[in-house]
Design a protein around this ligand. Structure first.
Ligand code: KIV
Length: 265
């Protein structure tokens, strides 16, 4: 693994047919653990609202809180690409998106993640022109939980699946560097991954995306709540956190994770 990951090192890996790994981290210690054990991308996710702050959704997380956690992750990082979430209500128009993305980049992020479809094309274009790489999160976008009426699998019917593929294509045409797909049927994730010229990361999206992401507390068995179907607790079989992270990396690279029982058909 190169010493320092970037959008281009990840694109190169994908072009060579190698899968890449992503884990969340919210502080310097976990950032060090993740980045020194072969994980290419660290996601400073707004899931921190749930796993660090104990809230029941990601909606209360603020830009200042994301800046605080991104700054901590940047200090512990040993060379992974740091992707930071723009939180709910922080990218309503292009100016607001540029301003808040700039804060995350100045805190140490290498790319920002936004939740949403083609309506974000202008923002993606502006960010790209400003030198800020983007990852666009489609499918189950947790910031829209109130619109969805719960954390439900998305893209189950033909029209919704086609619309998601069209959104992804438009966003990549506008300059999106990565796409992240959450909780979608595995065959839709496969079709979308083949349809776009950008690395696609999956969570609950089957085995055919280019990369996989999990929330670190879930895969280390630290989440006290019932685990989602797509999560694997690596501490159930490995007895140290280092082994758990390394087994996750090996499993993704060798195509052993996610298995059919972690996917939606
Ligand atoms: O915030 C987060 O951790 C995420 C992942 C669940 C993909 O967006």
């Amino acid at each position: 693994m190169p010493k320092k990951q970037s959008v281009s090192t990840i694109r190169k890996l994908v072009s060579e047919g190698e899968k890449f790994t992503v884990l969340t981290a919210y502080d310097a210690t976990f950032s060090h653990a993740v980045s020194s054990n072969g994980v290419e991308v660290i996601l400073v996710g707004d899931s921190l609202g749930m796993v660090c702050q104990g809230r029941d959704s990601t909606l209360p997380v603020t830009v200042d809180e994301m800046v605080y956690h991104t700054d901590a992750v940047a200090r512990g990082n040993q060379g992974s690409l740091i992707m930071a979430d723009l939180p709910f209500n922080s990218y309503g128009n292009v100016m607001q998106t540029l301003e808040n993305s700039g804060k995350l980049m100045q805190a140490g992020a290498h790319m920002v993640k936004l939740e949403g479809g083609a309506w974000l094309c202008d923002a993606v274009k502006a960010l790209s022109q400003a030198g800020i790489p983007t990852c666009l999160h489609l499918g189950l976008t947790p910031q829209s939980v109130n619109k969805f009426g719960g954390y439900k699998v998305q893209g189950r019917n033909e029209d919704a699946a086609q619309a998601m593929i069209e959104d992804a294509k438009a966003l990549v045409d506008a300059g999106a560097d990565f796409i992240l797909l959450e909780c979608v049927p595995a065959d839709l994730a496969k079709a979308l991954t083949e349809a776009v010229d950008a690395p696609v990361i999956g969570i609950g999206a089957g085995k055919d995306t280019d990369g996989q992401v999990l929330v670190i507390y879930d895969m280390l068995g630290l989440n006290p709540h019932k685990l989602a179907k797509f999560v694997k607790n690596y501490m159930a079989s490995d007895n140290t956190w280092q082994n758990a992270i390394q087994t996750y990396v090996d499993d993704v690279k060798q195509g052993r994770f996610p298995a059919p029982e972690h996917s939606f058909e």
